[in-house]
Write a protein that binds this ligand. Sequence first.
Ligand code: GLA
Length: 419
Amino acid sequence: MRFFASLSVAALALASLTTQAQTLAPPQVALTPPMGWNSWNFFFGKVTDKNIRDSADQIVATGMKDAGYVYVNIDDTWEGERDANGVIHSNAKFPDMKALADYVHSKGLKIGIYSSPGPKTCAGFAGSLGHEEQDARTYAEWGIDYLKYDACSFIGDVMYKQAPNDAAERMRLMIAAYAKMDKALKATGRPIVYSFCQYGWDAVWEWAPAAGGNLWRTTGDISPDWDRMYVILSQQEGLEKYSGPGHWNDPDMLEVGNGRLSLAENRTHFSMWAMLAAPLLAGNDLPNMKPEINAILTNRDVIAIDQDKLGKQGARVYSDGEVDVWTRHLAGGAMAIAVVNAGSDRYSTHPFHLNLHKLGLTDKQTGKDLWTGKTIELTDNMPLELPSHDILLVRVDAPVKNQLRKVILAPTPQPPAAH
Ligand code: GLA
């Protein structure tokens, strides 16, 4: 998979899109990363109308709605046939999409749907190619609030067919396809969150905002195991500058509560998605959610990091052995500090000493440990022993910055030039 394509092509495509973007109203949606639930990571192709209703019920009953989860998103496999007029209909698993949307709305929640710019979705159902305006209108009539638009067959059936030997042209086709659906969605007048899913191709973070994207996948699919989650986490480094209110990097939906993730791994996954200002779209079996998973997904302090109004994505500051230290700057001058033990045992990095100076901080900081809820004193060089794959996540409301460091880094004043 190619992540970084020619920048000059991106620049060209952007130039034409920027004119369009400038005439658009400021984003009305996704001013903080979208929060909700999506059907794919647990139900995959088996999802039904009943699963969506049950999940909406559970979002309310488990306190997730009160914690900020809003979108109930139907992923792939809802699609049926197009009628003689080209209008898309849902399949037998979803007998009445409008009624389902009404039901989700009646719970005070919003509803999302899924399609592809190609002829087929990734699971082989009808995509939107050639029917973009029509589909956008249908979604708006149903009351849809969120669209995930997944490249899938567009890559093979359109990009590679039309431009087999021209990478720049393929990229232009991709950008145009996403921009086309953006125009169609905007023409409906309905505020619809627009989520790009093309796995990070062609440096999507550089052109997605101008093509109308509120969020864009930065990687291939997540799976519910530590290795995949950690690879995706590592791939987010350097993307922080592209993210902000109305347009977010999307390292894929949450696997919290799924597969082989231990409790520590679930905590780390959730915490780090918050550090990344990632969309928090749970993907677990809500009717059978264990209390400890519910507790992770509804940790308000961690959610507050994700939803911080400044909208500034966190970054990795340094690693020592298998321990990674990330920080995120928050509104009001606050700071979140995450220390992750990515090693396979508690002692793999023993002893690990936290270096506050590398974080631009003085020797002593007072914060809140967001997983114990207790006040914690951080001191420079303090030893930390974290269980394997666990995290220390601390919010420091009033960090004391290391002024000395600034002085050292400031440019040396130059004598005036001689005349
Ligand atoms: C792709 C996407 C997934 C999911 C499936 C559905 O793999 O990346 O998130 O939407 O398609 O078919």
